[in-house]
Design a protein around this ligand. Structure first.
Ligand code: NPG
Length: 366
């Protein structure tokens, strides 16, 4: 399609409850939304960079700037396909989350034009995907047990606990003892070092599905050593930035499971390529979450419906994060989320919520 204009919208949504991880605490979800318009159609994308550069080096203000100055100008006034977006943006180094948002918007627009859903385009084979929940670091073990109990009562099929040094084996053991045979995993967001391997081996008697990103993003050799020493499968998140890096990490033995987040890897199309690498190498994969609004959630649910995503994703109902989502909310149906079937993402921002939550608009034209 020929792109006539790119609109960048800064939005800020209060979180239903604060979310604490090893790198900080979130109270609101700031995001940069991208709307592309051209040839009588339009499409939406969401940039998942957080307010501060704590998960990765990208952050919302920086993403808005690089989108406005360096990325959107490479597409406006041009004829591009979704497949061609990554190549058109390749001269700009890095910034995968910003690039992913533009590709997502072009993909949505293209599919709306064709009357085809994103799930169909990506290769979804399921109508419903199992819903997992990610629980932040709690104030105390009794508090954690209460939130886990509430999540299970709502129907979540798998529980992920955020851990960090000082909040790891004991709370995880308490959850395992109290709730028995649930699907349970932990996520450290790189908070440990190879010096902690003996300590991390303490997770081995808790029958976890996996331990996610225990070491820093660039410590592939360290993760490989850890994977040799632990019975618990090591899953990589931050370290996997492309299909190539996924292949390398798998070949090195640095992970036995892969978390795929479209924003982290530059978009849905690269996410599918990582899925394909995982299928080809027999490595289980699942779709991560970034406190996405309904736009990103719609895309992630569609992606998670591909056959190689064999583990439940961080795909919660909208209400897990927002009292009022930007789109019609995603709701749990017996522990599953339904894959949208409408054209493109199958959802769009509700005009009154979008208007109320927008803090800034920037229009880029040729
Ligand atoms: O369900 O959307 C969700 C959140 C899942 O815990 C989750 N995401 O490290 O994977 C993560 C974590 C995260 C949160 C990452 C915020 C980045 C920002």
């Amino acid at each position: 399609m020929r792109i006539d204009a790119v609109e960048l919208r800064r939005v800020s949504l209060p979180l239903a409850a604060p979310f604490r991880t090893s790198y900080g605490i979130e109270h609101e979800r700031q995001a940069v939304l991208v709307r592309v318009a051209g040839e009588g159609t339009e499409g939406w994308g969401e940039c998942v960079a957080m307010t501060e550069p704590l998960y990765s080096s990208e952050f919302a203000d920086g993403a808005a700037l690089v989108l406005s100055r360096h990325l959107a100008p490479r597409l406006v006034g041009r004829d591009v396909t979704a497949e061609g977006v990554a190549e058109a943006l390749a001269p700009v180094r890095g910034h995968p989350m910003a690039k992913a948002a533009l590709e997502m918007a072009v993909l949505d627009a293209e599919l709306r034009g064709e009357g085809r859903s994103l799930g169909e385009r990506l290769g979804a084979t399921r109508e419903l995907v199992p819903s997992g929940i990610s629980l932040g670091i709690a104030g105390s073990i009794p508090e954690l047990l209460d939130v886990v109990a509430a999540a299970l009562a709502e129907g979540y099929q798998r529980v992920k606990l955020k851990v960090e040094p000082g909040w790891d084996l004991e709370p995880t053991r308490a959850v395992r003892e109290r709730f028995g045979d649930i699907l349970l995993q932990v996520d450290a967001n790189g908070a440990y070092t190879v010096a902690d391997i003996d300590h991390l081996a303490g997770f081995d008697d808790l029958d976890l599905l996996l331990i996610e990103q225990p070491l820093a993003e660039d410590e592939l050799a360290g993760h490989a050593e850890l994977a040799r020493r632990l019975r618990t499968p090591v899953c990589l998140d931050e370290s996997i930035t492309s299909a190539r890096s996924a292949s390398e990490a798998i070949a090195l033995g640095a992970c036995g499971v892969v978390n795929v987040k479209p924003g982290r890897v530059g978009g849905y199309l690269e996410a599918v390529r990582i899925h394909d690498v995982c299928v080809a190498t027999g490595v289980p994969a699942w779709v991560g979450g970034m406190l996405d609004t309904g736009l990103g959630r719609a895309g992630n649910v569609a992606l998670a419906a591909l056959p190689g995503f064999t583990l439940p994703g961080d795909l919660s109902a909208s209400a897990r994060w927002f009292d009022e989502d930007l789109t019609e909310p995603f709701v749990l149906e017996d522990g599953y989320l339904r894959v949208p079937t409408g054209p493109g993402l199958g959802v769009e921002p509700l005009p009154h919520v979008l208007a109320a939550r927008t803090t800034d608009i920037d229009l880029i034209r040729p």
